[in-house]
Design a binder for this molecule. Structure first.
Ligand SMILES: Cc1ncc(COP(=O)(O)O)c(C=O)c1O
Length: 84
């Protein structure tokens, strides 16, 4: 199931995810689009309250920070790419 992004950031929109999430949802997968981390706090909280994991695709955001923490240490699982 897909949820829409926010028009401001082009990152996954927490409100849209909350409309789509069900008891069968195992994970929320968010991309850090164009170097900007997704709303990892809101999405992580939503995932936790619904018994799901937050998986972050940080391929665009190697070295980026969210609220003073480096991506890779925030979500339950983070994916990076080292392609060139
Ligand atoms: C956001 C995002 N996720 C995943 C990938 C896939 O990375 P890889 O080519 O290392 O499989 C890319 C590649 O461009 C990407 O932009």
């Amino acid at each position: 199931m897909f949820a829409d992004v926010s028009a401001d950031t082009l990152n996954l929109d927490r409100g849209e995810v909350s409309k789509k999430i069900t008891s069968r949802t195992k994970a929320i997968i968010a991309v850090d689009y164009a170097g900007h981390p997704a709303a990892l706090d809101e999405l992580g909280e939503l995932a936790e309250t619904r018994g799901a994991l937050l998986i972050e695709d940080a391929c665009h955001a190697l070295g980026a920070e969210f609220q003073g923490k480096r991506v890779g240490g925030i979500a339950d699982m983070t994916v990076f790419s080292f392609h060139r």
